[in-house]
Design a protein around this ligand. Structure first.
Ligand SMILES: Cc1ncc(C[n+]2csc(CCOP(=O)(O)OP(=O)(O)O)c2C)c(N)n1
Length: 577
């Protein structure tokens, strides 16, 4: 058997897992591993400029490909810098492996230089964690870590590796396990057939049904089957922010995103429904708002891989635990066996009502003739110029909501954002991860000026590593989403939300980082600037779009209200509801 050091084992295990890229930042406790990395050429390393960005880049890679993203950081501050990215991935169920260096085993607990209890610090935001106590265990730990991260409800796994366990002069036999055995971890592989039959009965009886699909459909590779099911039943489909793209955004059966900033028709459809088929969605507070008043007349069928998610916030009448792909396949077969059809007359009436909502209050915004450009305009222009086919990452705030509302995602994995944690600084590194995965595809980061300033240094990484992402900066000089809340709910007391109109100079900043920098003030210049950016493929591009500062995201379900009580823009307030 081959004899390898712990450091060599880590790198070899990555190779054996088929890992092509890792995102990381070196330091004392991972020196041996970086040395082993240097002496091979199968796994490429992207040197980020901050460890948080390594986690978001790995996360973007994972969301775009469905494969786990891999991160390597040193102990202490390197590892703690990775916490926000771990939490981001954890909240959105993204498969990720974080390899963190640790101080020598015999120094643990001594407050040694750069010692942090990473197992302890990361515990609430990882699916699982391992501490390497003996280098001989590394192959098995690596195998288990990848298995846990990618199966069941995916999530991040941390492996903490004390430096002595990677010492180059201590060699042990290496054999990568073919299988893993874990008594305490056995994710379900199919749904309960009795529950699925019960669900089909309910779907057949429904008069006002809706399919409510979340990020789990994308993570569980269920998009095709969900689309087939929805078309077969002719039911309306609404997506969560995380689910955008799991059912085509341009399909007439798609009533749009639901929740706090969802469409009028999606929120009304949900609120007025009698049967909800929830698939890979968490029924979180952005969707339910006031749980006591949530969808008062609806029976809920809830499909999820994670039993802990079902009935966590809202009681499910028919819970189905299982992998989305498998359960949807079983459901389609159960429909065949049942042989019946949904109530067509009732469905016709239901669709008429939905179309009425869509016609009167469908998503739109006011443009002003000579006024400043609207952020929605930029997103629409981007959608047009990319044929809806770009990988779009977004940051957090108003621009994120505009990107969700005005770019139509027809395919899964094209929309990449931090939905659960809402992590500012996500979009640029995530775009780097997506572009590394798909170098020939267009990757646009839709960013806000506040968010841009959190991880903009990663444009240096993008330039140096030749990862030509594009950034559409919707620059309103404010922390716009917070400003919106202060305007609407704090009587316009704008506390600490104004950034600056002219500092930094984004064009010059972008140029100093090796990117092409473009500034756009005139709405007429939006489309030409995007076209110009799309022609540039040898370096990153940043377009600083100077958009209207006072624009607000509508519709909006205010805190504590039901989804039917959503606020519409002033121009729609007098329209019938
Ligand atoms: C790391 C972090 N800090 C604070 C927040 C709270 N927050 C949410 S949106 C937002 C404003 C973002 O501003 P900007 O990037 O300019 O985007 P805009 O809303 O103007 O489009 C803030 C501060 C957050 N989500 N993440």
């Amino acid at each position: 058997m081959e004899m390898l050091s712990g450091a060599e084992m880590v790198v070899r295990a990555l190779q054996d897992e088929g890992v092509e890229y890792i995102f990381g930042y070196p330091g004392g406790s991972v020196l041996h591993i970086y040395d082993a990395l240097f002496q091979q050429d199968k796994v490429s390393h992207i040197l980020v400029r901050h460890e948080q960005a390594a986690t978001h880049a790995a996360d973007g890679y994972a969301r775009a490909t469905g494969k786990p993203g891999v991160v390597m950081v040193t102990s202490g501050p390197g590892a703690t810098n990775a916490i926000t990215g771990l939490a981001t991935a954890f909240m959105d169920s993204i498969p990720m492996i974080v390899l963190s260096g640790q101080v020598r085993s015999d120094w643990i607990g001594d407050d040694a230089f750069q010692e942090t209890d990473m197992i302890g610090v990361s515990r609430p935001v990882v699916k699982h964690s391992f501490m390497v106590r003996d280098a001989k265990d590394i192959p098995e730990i690596m195998k288990k870590a990848f298995y846990i991260a990618t199966t069941g409800r995916p999530g991040p796994v941390l492996i903490d590796i004390p430096k002595d366990q990677t010492a180059p002069n201590v060699k042990n036999p290496y054999e990568y396990p073919k299988k893993v055995k874990m008594r305490s971890y056995a994710p379900v592989s199919r749904g309960h057939s009795g529950q699925i039959r019960k669900a089909v009965e309910e779907l057949m009886k429904a008069k006002r049904p809706v399919i409510y699909a979340g990020g789990g459909v994308i993570q569980g590779e269920g998009s095709e089957l969900l689309t087939k099911l929805a078309h077969r039943l002719n039911f309306p489909v609404t997506n969560t922010l995380m689910g955008l793209g799991c059912f085509p955004g341009t399909d007439p059966q798609n009533v749009g995103m639901l929740g706090m900033h969802g469409t009028y028709e999606a929120n009304m459809t949900m609120h007025s429904s009698d049967v909800i088929l929830a698939v890979g969605a968490r029924l979180d507070d952005r969707v339910t708002n006031n749980v006591k008043k949530f969808c008062p007349g609806a029976k809920i069928i809830h499909i999820d891989i994670d039993p802990a998610t079902i009935s966590k916030n809202i009681m499910a009448h028919i819970p189905i635990v299982g992998p989305v792909h498998q359960v949807l396949e079983e459901m389609l077969s159960a429909l065949d066996e049942h042989g019946g059809e949904p109530d067509q007359k009732a469905l016709e009436r239901w669709w008429e009502e939905i179309e009425g909502w869509r016609k009167v209050h469908g998503m739109r915004y006011e443009t002003n003739e000579n006024g400043p450009m609207k952020p929605q305009q930029v997103v629409e222009a981007l959608y047009k110029a990319t044929g809806g086919d770009a990988y779009v990452t977004s940051d957090v705030g108003q621009h994120q909501m505009f990107a969700a509302q005005y770019y139509k995602y027809d395919k899964p994995r094209r929309w990449i954002n931090s939905g659960g944690l809402g992590t500012m600084g996500f979009s640029i590194p995530a775009a780097i991860g997506a572009k590394v995965a798909f170098p020939d595809r267009m990757v646009w980061a839709i960013d806000g000026d506040g968010c841009f300033q959190m991880t903009a240094q990663e444009l240096v990484t993008a330039t140096v590593e030749k990862i030509p992402i594009k950034v559409a900066l919707l620059n309103n000089s404010y922390l716009g989403m917070v400003r919106q809340w202060q305007e609407m709910f704090y009587e316009e007391r704008y506390s600490e939300v104004f950034l600056s109109k002219d500092v930094p100079n984004y064009k010059m900043w972008a140029e100093s980082m090796g990117c092409v920098g473009i500034r756009v003030d005139d709405p007429e210049e939006v489309a030409p600037a995007i076209a110009r950016a799309n022609e540039i493929n040898d370096r990153p591009v940043v377009i600083d779009f100077r958009v209207a500062a006072a624009e607000k995201v509508y519709p909006m379900v205010p805190s504590g209200a039901t989804n039917s009580e959503l606020m519409v823009p002033p121009s729609q307030q007098d329209l019938p509801r």
